[in-house]
Design a protein. Sequence first.
Length: 385
Amino acid sequence: MRKLIFLVWVLLLPTSVSMAQSVVPLEAFAQKQKISLVRISPNGEMIAFLRMQDGKPLVLVKRIDGPMISGANLEGVKPSNIRWASNEYLLLTVSNTGYDIRFRAKHQRSEYYRTFSFHIKSKKIVQLLKYSSAKLSTYSINLGSIIAIDHETPAAYIPAANKDHELDVYKVDMKKGRGIVARKGVRSLRKWVMNSANQPVVRVYHFQENGDFQIQVPDKKWWKTIYKKESELPPFNVIGLNMDETALIVNTTTDAIPFEALYEMDLETGEWGKPLFQAEGYDLGGSILDPYTNLVVGVSWVADQDEYHWFDPELAALYKALKGALTGSAVRLTSWSKDRKKFILSIAKPGRQVKYGVYFVGTKELKIIASARPILDTVVLGKVT
């Protein structure tokens, strides 16, 4: 596994050595090229990514071994995520800052999140749930939370509050952006959890007025409560289902363990087990869900560099082998094809910027495809102390 083949080809425009070595004013630095959100398509043949060019965000699509095939200018909004809905569509989550209607008298500014579909061939962009607005609450400032994707239809599952302030789950098609209610919600519902079949199987309820916090699961024609507690704030974070889909994974601290740890909550009884994972001396940075199954496959935290623990045995074995081959580098599995034969990696060596690469499992070949910031390619970065 240590014998990786490194071949370089670049997604970005070339950057000269003299430019990289010159001192760049801070205000100009932000305008320089930057690549992020690199995602591989389900069939493993294309890569989508965000490129900042002269201060403008561009979403671009490229064949792994070929030319650019599509793209769009996202100027005027702030892109926060890119996901593949199918081999024909991308899902773009963006935001803009505006006044929240709930706090207009106080001039409270809020971030409004929306999701758009982008058709690779026609380059058509469609706002999801735009034509369902008559059903939605005027207070819905977040329509960018995608909790599952049907890659076959394709369709996205998005929670949104209706006129009665009940958080429903909408199944939204890519072509027209229209949504149908896949699962009805109730008031004070905070979160839905989906299983590998894209079915809502857990809902999290918190009524702020009396602190009533509940975890509920389907029970014949209705829902039953498996966990209940009175708490002014939600007592823990609900992440998703474990690999066996028998337990809910939650993130919290306890008196015995002051740093964050992951626990499993049995879906039948609501009982907690021993800590599933904890990074001794560190809080956890985030959990990783498989984009094709919705299940929790890993967790990350920040020590001297980004670290990862994988619950999925296949991903754990691959990560261990890559870390062994790329000694001293921070390695991240950022995206993978549905058959898990191709992976997008981000690789950061001490004193050097992040590089992106495609790893081919069958041949154990790694192709470096881009630098996060080409302007820094020949610069050794100083250590922050």
